[in-house]
Design a protein around this ligand. Structure first.
Ligand code: MN
Length: 229
């Protein structure tokens, strides 16, 4: 059968092994550091992780310049540890969860904060605030064993134009990665290529055209992104 149009090729993320990792779905965890939950006006609840999703095509790579998005006047950064799933599973036991992880990267959950807050206030979905073109910059993916292991510690930080804006530690994740995988796998059959953005520490804030964000997590390659017009 002929195609109506040529399909877009899958989103491929470069890895430190020289391979390309095809991305399937993106799950983003909300309010997973206590200090960030607080700055957003909430008290963290360790019993109840929650999440939203983004299109795989929102990913852009290290060194990219991302266009300042339409429809917002408050474009925010959120630096996050990203885990890449390499093995399928549903109802995964917490003790087995980390065996489903292929590797880790530094990511940015870019957010149209004004649209997110408006949706939140009206009890509506967050899609317009979170899931838009170029909203998910992602650094080089490193195999788990050769980088963060179980990802339970390591400094995470973000600078804008060299000034430190976010600084935290993976040890402060309210729901650590094994718990997040257990939780998501009660709702979806996780598949190879799925990414989990694990949440951001305090210090989120706006960027404007010309700003350069540099994101790092101890043990991983850093991620540098410029904001364009
Ligand atoms: Mn986030």
């Amino acid at each position: 059968m002929t195609l109506v149009f040529e399909p877009q090729s899958p989103t491929l993320v470069p890895t430190s092994t020289g391979e390309a990792f095809p991305v399937r779905r993106i799950f983003c965890i909300g309010r997973n550091y206590e200090d960030h939950a607080k700055e957003m006006g909430f008290k963290a609840d360790p019993e109840a992780p929650f999440f939203f999703t983004k299109f795989a095509e929102t990913i852009v790579g290290d060194g990219a310049t991302i266009a300042y998005p339409q429809g917002t006047a408050n474009f925010h950064y959120e630096v996050e540890l990203v885990a890449a799933i390499g093995k399928a599973g549903r109802d995964i036991a917490r003790t087995d969860a980390l065996s489903h992880v292929w590797g880790y990267a530094v990511g940015l959950d870019m957010t149209r904060r004004d649209l997110q807050m408006e949706a939140r206030g009206k009890g509506r979905p967050w899609d317009a605030g979170k899931n838009f073109e170029e909203s998910s910059p992602l650094g080089l993916l490193h195999p788990a064993a050769a980088s963060l292991g179980d990802a339970t510690k390591g400094e995470i930080r973000l600078t804008v134009n060299g000034e430190v804006k976010q600084q935290g530690n993976l040890a402060d994740l309210i729901n650590p990665l094994d718990r997040l995988i257990e939780f998501l796998s009660t709702l979806y059959t996780l598949q190879p290529g799925d990414l989990i953005f694990t949440g951001t520490p305090a210090g989120v804030g706006p960027v404007v055209p010309g700003d350069v964000m540099t994101c790092s997590i101890e043990g991983l390659s850093s991620l540098t992104i410029t904001v364009g017009e």
